[in-house]
Design a protein around this ligand. Structure first.
Ligand code: ZN
Length: 116
């Protein structure tokens, strides 16, 4: 009989449980949906996402402003570039945090499987 242990209260729990019945800690993620509707949404999103990014990049006016000979217009371009770079760094940081959490929760579930 396979059994796991809750990472929070260390009570034994059945592997099919999503939450510990003793303390309510989340012990497993709910399985991902594999219905045709969900698949269609996931595939459509995968196709559309880069296109949306492309449209936004081509519509971004920062390049035009930055190339201007008018100092006031050029300053707007420089501020736009600075904001773009800062926002990019922030987004990369968010992706890093998100990935770290994903890896940590995977490690936690492996530890639970081994009863550590
Ligand atoms: Zn528990």
């Amino acid at each position: 009989m396979e059994s796991n242990i809750c990472s929070f209260c260390h009570e034994p729990i059945l592997p099919q449980y999503y939450f510990c019945p003793n303390c309510g800690t989340k012990v497993n993620s709910a399985p991902l949906s594999t219905t045709i509707g969900t698949q269609a949404w996931v595939y459509a999103f995968s196709i559309i996402l880069p296109m949306i990014l492309f449209i936004f990049v081509t519509k971004w006016p920062g390049v035009k402003y930055f190339k201007s000979s008018d100092p006031k217009v050029k300053l707007i371009g420089q501020i736009a570039w600075t904001l773009l770079i800062l926002s990019t760094i922030f987004t990369i940081w968010l992706v890093y945090i998100w990935t770290e959490n994903l890896i940590q929760s995977s490690i936690n579930s492996i530890n639970v499987d081994f009863g550590v």
